[in-house]
Ligand binder design. Structure first.
Ligand SMILES: *[C@@H]1O[C@H](CO)[C@@H](O)[C@H](O)[C@H]1NC(C)=O
Ligand SMILES: *[C@@H]1O[C@H](CO)[C@@H](O)[C@H](O)[C@H]1NC(C)=O
Length: 180
């Protein structure tokens, strides 16, 4: 009898919680308990192909003025990620997003992209990048501002040169990755 009552109580509790979620547009504010910090180093190559019969990146917006930097142009892409510099090496995911030419004087491709993995431990997880990308500089960093799945709340940096840079700053989970 007691067992039945406990079960009923739990059921009511969870029903109440479910109803509360539907009725209110906010929950009670409680203390935030951060999960333990983790560091993941990723190393892969991104292939952005604009030419040929099967491009992975296409211009979708062209400005009505012509500048040396292509200022105002927008390119949509779905680029494969591979383990090696050769495009025929194993594909481990894809990066989808936009490059936006945002530099009036110096060529800059603002990067808005989601880097998703389709293999291994991080299959189904992705990383969100929001950063300016001064592509004329040989060493540059892109900011990782978040992520999904195992990369939830990720913070980190992409080093877009060919030197491994273990320089990190982050909040919850920290990730550094590199592509060339
Ligand atoms: C580009 O488009 C804007 C908005 O329609 C217009 O005001 C401007 O004159 C155009 N510039 C050129 C060079 O055609
Ligand atoms: C990745 O996850 C998807 C969806 O869960 C699944 O269909 C696929 O088989 C997985 N691939 C690998 C290589 O684990």
């Amino acid at each position: 009898m007691e067992k039945t009552m406990i079960l009923a109580w739990i059921l009511i509790l969870s029903t109440a919680m479910a109803v509360a979620r539907c009725q209110d547009f906010y929950s009670h504010a409680g203390p935030y308990v951060p999960p333990p910090q983790k560091v993941t180093y990723l190393y892969f190559f991104l292939h952005d192909t604009m030419s040929g019969n099967n491009p992975s990146a296409v211009p979708i917006v062209s400005p009505n003025i012509t500048t040396s930097t292509g200022f105002g142009g927008v390119i949509a892409f779905d680029d494969p990620l591979t383990v090696g510099p050769d495009i025929t090496s194993e594909v481990i995911g894809n990066a989808q997003g936009l490059w936006v030419s945002t530099g009036k004087d110096v060529l800059t491709l603002m990067a808005y992209l989601d880097i998703g993995f389709t293999k291994g431990e991080f299959n189904g997880s992705s990383i969100s990048v929001f950063s300016r990308n001064p592509i004329t500089e040989s060493e540059r960093e892109l900011a990782v501002v978040g992520g999904k799945g195992k990369f939830r709340m990720a913070k980190g940096l992409i080093s877009a040169d060919l030197t491994f840079l273990p320089v990190l700053c982050g909040v919850l989970e920290r990730h550094i990755m590199q592509f060339g």
